[in-house]
Design a protein around this ligand. Structure first.
Ligand SMILES: Cc1ncc(COP(=O)(O)O)c(C=O)c1O
Length: 435
């Protein structure tokens, strides 16, 4: 598959920053962004920075109630309350029907593995599992491992323009399909997938849908009810919380799945998918990350919103992500323009009319320069990007790139700025000149 060449890009001139987006207040909320020396952080897809609210929540937990849950004393009861509050917050974040559909744990990969081990025990006539070649390997290898248990793997392949099209899924799903596992958004090239369309196809054949929400979560508002999926895994550390992961599952589906648990743990969610102790302070941080996003939404309420949905937590999150989405579209446009100016090849969607189909995560390469040279030279200028396969070696191969060395990835979130993109563009131009 050929990557889109610089000549075929169709981008408008860089636009003015969105005047409504409170970028200064946003940056002020993240202490790590304001420390010397000045550093441009474009490696958010590997983990984002955290706002002060999150630091305070983690600190409070470790200082005031760093004890085991389930005791009858005050500090232990406070841990129980923190976990219950965090479940409720994450339930709002993903639009779960109940907080008990949310499980906490180490990271997304371990949850995907837990689910693959459970679903692997339920294969019968329905033994086919659809995976994609656009996903992070965490949402591929975990399912491939089920071949040992009799699963047949069916590949949903990414198109030449870097998008995963639901029309291509239609012939792959049948009454033998147990599960469609796919990402909401590529962590390598930023393409968004029509997961609601995929769920419609899967459910029409009685199959379930497992979504990897890790890369979409910092960019768009998850809505498990609108997506009509059955399971969804996320990493808190990609969405402005500390290192931790969570899983949402449709209650009836979770209830049916066989999972490992000690005899005294009831066979019901969330306990049946939360083996052992998880990192309570980071769960407290996840709760605070959701509150940060809500406060961003509330700060952008205008007169028309008075008395409407904004008093509800989900409404505030909707407003926050609406603003984040349009601000990030502008960042994508600016990044595409900066890369085009340097004759970069963008591996993925680069058409200005398709910005809604991507997030500002861009993979690229520069003519006559090795990938490591580009990232090392940018690092010398205090700009953090990454080169490699981005844990999506199959996608790299499909894009005509080396599965080992991949491409350079710059991944931005809502606290990045146009000024940073200009600095990045100038640095790339300088690197091209000096070689
Ligand atoms: C899209 C995607 N899925 C899964 C993962 C794995 O997440 P975790 O590190 O929480 O296991 C990542 C990590 O980068 C990712 O970007």
């Amino acid at each position: 598959m050929k990557a889109e060449s610089p000549g075929s890009l169709n981008v408008a001139e860089p636009s003015e920053p969105n005047p409504e987006f409170p970028i200064e207040a946003v940056r002020a909320a993240f202490p790590a962004l304001n420390r010397a020396p000045q550093f441009t952080f474009f490696d958010n897809a590997a983990g984002a920075q955290v706002p002060q609210l999150v630091l305070d929540a983690v600190n409070h937990h470790l200082l005031e109630c760093n004890v085991q849950r389930g005791g009858r004393y005050r500090k232990s009861l406070e841990v129980d309350q923190t976990i219950a509050r965090a479940r409720q917050s994450v339930a709002h974040l993903v639009n779960a029907r109940s907080a008990n559909e949310i499980a906490f744990g180490m990271n997304a990969t371990s949850f995907i593995r837990l689910m693959s081990l459970a679903i692997g025990q339920t294969l019968g006539k329905r033994h086919q599992i659809v995976v994609t070649d656009m996903d992070h390997e965490a949402n591929i290898a975990t399912w491939l491992d089920l071949e040992k248990s009799g699963a047949k793997i069916v590949w949903w392949k990414v198109r030449g323009n870097g998008s995963l099209h639901v029309d291509d899924l239609i012939p792959l799903v049948s009454s033998s399909t147990r599960l469609v596992a796919c990402t909401l958004t590529s962590n390598a090239i930023g393409s968004i997938v029509d997961v609601a369309g995929a769920a419609k196809i899967a459910h029409a054949h009685g199959a379930e849908v497992f979504l990897d929400g890790v890369h979409y979560a910092p960019h768009g508002l998850i809505d498990v009810q609108a997506f009509d999926c059955d399971y969804l895994a996320c990493s808190g550390y990609k969405i402005f919380a500390p290192h931790m992961g969570f899983l949402w599952g449709r209650r009836e589906s979770l209830e049916r799945l066989p999972t490992f648990r000690e005899d005294f743990i009831p066979d019901e969610p969330p306990g049946k998918i939360e083996a052992g102790t998880f990192i309570y302070e980071n769960v407290a941080g996840m709760d605070a990350a959701v509150r940060y996003l809500e406060s961003l939404g509330k700060s952008m309420a205008d007169d028309r919103d008075e008395g409407q949905a904004l008093d509800k937590r989900r409404g505030a999150l909707e407003r926050a992500f609406k603003a984040i989405g349009s601000y990030e579209e502008m960042l994508s446009l600016e990044m595409i323009a900066a890369l085009r100016d340097c004759d970069a090849t963008i591996h993925g969607i680069a058409n200005k009319n398709c910005l809604r189909e991507r997030v500002p995560t861009l993979c690229f390469s520069l003519p006559n320069l090795s990938l490591s040279k580009v990232t090392e030279e940018l690092a010398k200028r205090e700009i953090g990007v990454r080169d490699g396969h981005m844990y999506s070696p199959r996608l790299m191969r499909r894009l005509g790139l080396s599965a080992e060395s991949g491409a350079v990835r710059a991944s931005l979130v809502h606290y990045n700025t146009v000024a940073e993109i200009h600095e990045f563009g100038n640095a790339l131009a300088e690197i091209r000149k000096t070689g």
